[in-house]
Design a protein around this ligand. Structure first.
Ligand SMILES: [Fe+2]
Ligand SMILES: [Fe+2]
Ligand SMILES: [Fe+2]
Length: 417
């Protein structure tokens, strides 16, 4: 169903945009490594364009684990000194939460020397060797600038790097001035062209959209649990209110993406165990407009509108626009109430969880003052326990998934050190 709301090309630019919001430097590095990877595969000559495009996307995300395991701004630490954590986490993240299948394993080995990878019984071993070169080339090229030359990579042929892959780099340099293009940032057109060859299935788009939501978990896993609860509450409300299929889908995607703007907010503010000052509160509030800008022109407007009104209130007291009932619909009301109840009922580092009574009182007051849509709020209160039980189960499942990921992380770590 995601197919009607976003094109393949826009999906890729949304992934890039989301990474950019998380960290500009890391996003640029990712896109350059993706570009170099594409050029190397092109030189090799045995890949179809759509295959090259797929590897380019994976390469763009190769350091995604660093957002969890390291301070992503300290690139030299995780790319040179302590390379295992982000490689393992990135591999597991992409394996479970993105549509890369077996190719995600390339990320696990992307800092491992050729002497260790050469005998791997792995379908994408050669592509992995190219990815390693693409990654190192970008790092060294940036570090050494004018002084960077092919011989620096070639020196490690047979030790760090696969001789065959090094040869591919040599041929690429000969046939194209791609060093120059990277240096002057003029490779965008070529990346664009490859993006034209990305053809995602409905299932892949769906998985990528979810992956963007899981990006928030790289910062704070409880954000994922919360979003999953919000999706669940809104889904139950949609069902009870008998909305049609298209409304249901719009609300689902709006719920899925409503807080991805939080990726731009410093993590220490999100869960600060204290009351925030005005300035800090206002900074957090910008997450709505940031999300809107990220999604604008990429995903259907109707979804953006619902997502953007999740902190609006029917009496005009919400943000960012202070919209009133007359310019909102029951779809907006569903997300607003779902988001409010899930948040209120959860314990936060800066306050206790609100009780069922407190939430019900607030909703009832809100109906009287016009803050909440009466029909949606009533339906929720009528089925309070049932709806929240399902939502909590769903959130627990997300946390169990993270525990599994952590166990897996430790297993892989121990097997590699
Ligand atoms: Fe990297
Ligand atoms: Fe890396
Ligand atoms: Fe929010």
């Amino acid at each position: 169903m995601a197919v009607e709301y976003i094109t393949s090309r826009n999906m890729i630019s949304l992934i890039y945009e989301t990474m950019r919001v998380m960290n500009v430097g890391a996003a640029h590095h990712g896109v350059r490594v993706g570009y170099i990877m594409a050029k190397l595969l092109e030189t090799r000559g045995t890949y179809e364009k759509y295959e090259i495009a797929d590897f380019m996307i994976l390469a763009m995300l190769h350091d995604i684990g660093a957002f969890k395991t390291d301070d992503v701004r300290k690139q030299l630490t995780y790319e040179a000194k302590r390379t295992l954590p982000h490689s393992i986490y990135g591999y597991l993240f992409l394996k479970y939460l993105a549509p890369f299948g077996e190719r995600s394993k390339m990320i696990l080995y992307h800092h491992m020397d050729y002497t260790k990878t050469k005998d791997l019984d792995y379908r994408y071993r050669f592509e992995l060797e190219l990815l390693k070169i693409a990654e190192m080339m970008d790092i060294w090229y940036k570090a050494f600038d004018e002084k960077f030359e092919y011989s620096m990579i070639n020196r490690y042929s047979g030790t760090k790097f696969d001789p065959e892959a090094v040869a591919v780099l040599g041929q690429t340099i000969e046939r194209d001035d791609f060093f120059e293009k990277i240096k002057n940032n003029t490779f965008g057109d070529e990346v664009d062209e490859y993006e034209d060859y990305v053809l995602l299935s409905d299932e892949e788009k769906e998985k990528y959209l979810k992956m963007l939501m899981y990006f928030t978990g790289l910062k704070d896993e409880s954000m994922v649990a919360e979003t999953i609860s919000v999706i669940s509450v809104s889904r139950e409300l949609v069902r009870k209110l008998g909305l049609n299929e298209s409304d249901k889908n719009e609300i689902y995607y709006a719920a899925l993406l409503h807080d991805i703007g939080m990726l731009a907010i410093p993590a220490q503010l999100l869960n600060a165990p204290r009351n925030l000052n005005e300035e800090e509160k206002n900074l957090i509030k910008t997450h709505v407009e940031i999300m809107e800008k990220m999604l604008e022109g990429k995903i259907s407007d109707s979804i953006i509108r619902i997502a953007a009104s999740h902190h609006e209130r029917f009496d005009g007291s919400g943000y960012p626009r202070g919209l009133k009932a007359s310019s909102m619909s029951n779809k907006d009301a569903i997300l607003q109430i779902s988001e409010y109840v899930v948040n209120a009922l959860r314990e936060k580092p800066y306050r206790m969880a609100h009780t069922k009574n407190e939430v019900t009182d607030d909703l009832n007051n809100g109906i009287i003052t016009g803050r909440y849509d009466a029909i949606v709020a009533d339906i929720f209160m009528k089925h309070f326990d049932d709806i929240m039980e399902i939502a909590e189960d769903k959130a627990d499942m997300a946390l169990v998934m993270y525990q599994k990921l952590l166990r897996n992380y430790k297993q892989v770590y121990n097997s590699l050190v």
